[in-house]
Design a protein around this ligand. Structure first.
Ligand code: ACM
Length: 501
């Protein structure tokens, strides 16, 4: 699937002694996200295809998992890394607790490569930097020659997320894994899955089986839907976790609940189940605040979801409940927030939850309203800043884009990049912002190719906003780096928008 590295094979084929020119280290200046400090040094190191590596400071379990992912990802580069113990390994991967959790130090000199991270995640991000370097210079004569360098780097935000709506259209676990493999190269550490909406319920809940056997049957347009069994979902969570990506599951409530209401008549105020919905309208469904069973339902769902979630966050939705009375909305949202906290998790909700009881253990996600976001801030909440006008990757690039929506305006590559989470809402301090997210709603998205076309390359910009400090970011310089990364996407056979002409 990946084109091989031509220079070395040519040398081997011709039995030449290829005196390889040294890399100039240009690739280090093209990283996305841009690294914090890059200091070129004299000399270089040539990585052999069967180079040895060693892991230090990992627990046995962490090392097992890291071995697997490292060797898998190395094989994409044509490398078959072998494990060695101790100091002679060419590639040294060390957990160094003197560094911050996700921070890393990548050092290359004539003796080898050292990747140090404050945690296994930090080491992994150093490895992604090395991977990008290899991809960026793969077409040059210096493919595996690495210029001596010292790169010191750390993320600006702890929450660097991509959201995929698997409710409007269902995407199976292999498709989600493919997306994980793509975004991990850009140091994304969170995958938010929108698991339930009017059009479908996608996660098996053992106590409420009709949610999936009935509520998962269809999707937008009336085609067959689908759902994840808990076993499939656990496997997906583990796959993500091995790549240092935390899955944040979302059950949207009290609106966006037609699939649930259709599955259980008793959840409806009038006791009558509506038909399954395959359109793309919003704001017409609501859970029933006056029924005791609503709260039993929510408690059961979040209990099972918490069991499936090693990560800290559960997302309760809370957006666009246009047919819910305000008192009812507040009552149900407060119940969900408290239920999630009682389960030992941190609730996240769309910015409308600012009408409920928020505190420092709640996260409000800005998608539409800076007023709601300020209100959430004033109540002490943490914030995710992901405004539709900049971060909704389901918006068309321009008027000629064949798929996507445009209610939040067209979203060209520049507009997805050229903004800062801490500059959008007056009167909030940056410390309360945990991060940002690139979102893909899927009303018009039906295939893996559609996902790639809308995500790439815009998701690279949002990934950089999450990682690189605002003072280092610059649109024109970004666009130059992005040009180099389009070749990386080609190499990985990831489809992307190439302009509408
Ligand atoms: C949303 O786009 N309704 C969160």
């Amino acid at each position: 699937m990946i084109r091989s590295l031509p220079f070395f094979s040519l040398c081997a084929f011709l039995l030449l002694s290829c005196a390889q020119p040294e890399s100039d280290g240009a690739a280090y200046q093209q990283l996305i996200p841009l690294a914090d400090t890059v200091t070129l040094e004299n000399g270089s190191f040539t990585l052999q295809e069967n180079a040895s590596y060693s892991l230090n400071g990992f627990s046995a379990q962490e090392a097992d998992s890291f071995d697997k992912v490292l060797t898998d990802q190395a094989s994409i580069h044509g490398l078959s890394l072998t494990k060695a113990s101790g100091a002679e390994a060419a590639l040294q991967l060390n957990v160094d607790p003197s560094l911050a959790n996700e921070a890393y130090l990548l050092e290359i000199n004539g003796d080898g490569i050292s990747l140090k991270g404050g945690s296994p995640a930090g080491v992994y991000f150093a490895w992604q930097t090395l991977r990008q370097t290899l991809f960026l210079q793969a077409d040059t004569e210096q493919a595996l020659n690495l210029r001596a360098v010292r790169i010191s780097d750390q993320p600006t935000y702890s929450y660097r997320s991509v959201m995929l709506d698997v409710a409007r259209h269902f995407f199976d676990a292999p498709t989600v894994k493919e997306l994980i493999d793509q975004i991990t190269l850009y140091k994304v550490n969170t995958l938010h899955l929108h698991l339930a909406d009017d059009q479908g319920w996608r996660i098996e809940i053992k106590k409420w089986p009709n949610l999936t056997t009935h509520g998962g049957l269809t999707e937008v347009g009336g085609t067959d839907g689908g759902f994840y069994t808990q076993e499939q979902y656990n496997d997906l969570v583990a796959y993500a976790q091995e790549r240092f990506i935390t899955i944040v599951p979302e059950i949207d409530l009290p609106g966006h609940t037609n699939a649930a209401l259709s599955s259980y008549p008793e959840l409806n105020c009038d006791g009558i189940a509506p038909e399954l919905y395959t359109g793309i309208e919003v704001g017409f469904s609501t859970l029933c605040a006056d029924k005791e069973i609503t709260y039993t339902f929510l408690k059961d769902v979040f209990e099972e979801l918490a069991q499936l979630t090693p990560g800290p966050y559960l997302h309760i939705g809370g957006d666009e409940s246009h047919v819910t009375e305000e008192d009812d909305y507040v009552k149900m949202v407060n119940f969900a927030l408290q239920t999630v906290k009682d389960l030992g998790k941190t609730p996240v909700g769309w910015d409308e939850i600012s009408h409920g009881n928020l505190d420092q253990n709640t996260v409000s996600q800005y998608w539409a309203s800076s007023e709601n976001t300020k209100k959430a801030y004033d109540k002490g909440a943490q914030l995710i800043i992901s405004p539709a006008i900049h971060a909704y990757l389901d918006m068309k690039y321009d008027s000629l884009t064949p798929i996507g929506l445009k209610w939040a305006g067209y979203l060209p590559i520049e507009k997805a990049y050229d903004w800062s989470p801490d500059q959008l809402v007056e009167g909030i301090s940056a410390e309360r912002i945990i991060g940002t997210e690139a979102l893909l709603w899927t009303e018009s998205v039906t295939t893996s190719a559609d996902i790639q076309y809308l995500m790439f390359p815009r998701v690279l910009g949002i990934a950089e906003i999450g990682w690189t400090s605002a003072d280092k970011r610059n649109l024109n310089a970004y666009k130059t780096r992005l040009e180099s990364h389009l070749k990386v996407l080609d190499r990985l056979e990831i489809g992307y928008y190439k302009g509408s002409e």
